[in-house]
Structures are given as C-alpha cells and as structure tokens.
Design a protein. Sequence first.
Length: 196
Amino acid sequence: MQLRTALVTVLGVALAGCAKPASERPAAAPASGSAASPPEGAPPDATAPPGTAPATAPPGTAPPVAIGPGAAPAAPERHGAPLPELSVKSFGLHVGGSAADAAARADFLRALEAGTPSYLDCYRAIEVPGSVGTFGADLTIGGSGGKAKVGKPRTKLRGDAFQTCMVRALESVSFARTPSGRTVVVSYSVKFNLSD
C-alpha cells in the first residue's frame, strides 16, 4: 500500500514538472453561448458554427460559400458563348370525333401543354444532343376522360429511351370528360427547337 502511494506521488510530481507554465497553457473553454476567439494560427471563422459564413473574408480571398440544408451551391463559371435554349411547343393538334369534341380543341391543347416540362425532361434521353424535330402520337381518350392510350408514335429524333419517355409523358396527361361523352382520338405533336 505504501509502495502504491509512493508511485502515485512520484508520478504526480513528474507530470507536474512536464506541464507547461500557466502563461503558455490555453485558456479554459468559455461557457456555452459566449463568444470564443479562435485558437492561435486558426482562421478567423474557426469558431463559427458549421454552415455559416464569417462576417468578413481575409483580404485577397473569396468569401466561403455555405453548403448545407437549404443552401444552393454556386453556379459554375460559364466559358464561351452561351448554350442555346431548348424549347418545346405544340406543333399540331387534330381532334377526331363529333363537332362538339372538335370545338373543345382548346381544352385538349391546354391539358397536353401542361405536360411540357415532362417533354423537356424526355429530351435528355435523345441519342444526338442538339437535334431538333417533332414528336407526334395518337391519343385515344375515353368518353369519361382520364388518361389516354397512346399509339402510333412518330418522330425522326433518335433514341428508344426518348420515344419511350415521350409515350409515358403523354400517357400521364389527364383529360376531362369529352363533350360528346364518346371516345375521341386526338393526333398531337410537339416541336423541339434550339434558340440562340
């Protein structure tokens, strides 16, 4: 027991001798909620909470960009001429059936044009980027409305994935009840264009 006490005492004295003087020791951590200064040699914002930017950036440096929930990364720098903008517009619409159904052409067109964002997404699957052209199909709409059955797709734009995507996009369009209450076939096409 005495040996153990002696070892603890010797070890304690040895460690105390190795410790830095109080003037060289870092200050105790501040209480939660109080401002803290960064450790020596650390950047000025080292104590800022993650995801926040410092009040100022050191001279000659760009301010950091906060990346985290709700923060969008900065857009990449653009080099050279701007890329052309892709647009898709209704190119043709023929409504078969009764005169009442033909008179509802604007309603059919409005429903089909609501799918424009989907058509633009389908263009990503095109085999030859930068291609322009049309895509058309026949849509069979039941008298009670709802989703159409899409058939006879036609296009010169290449890519099986593109064509499959376009058929699915057209199949996802929801139609109101047809004016005649009977099945109607609508022939519809869109044109993909690039503008400078």
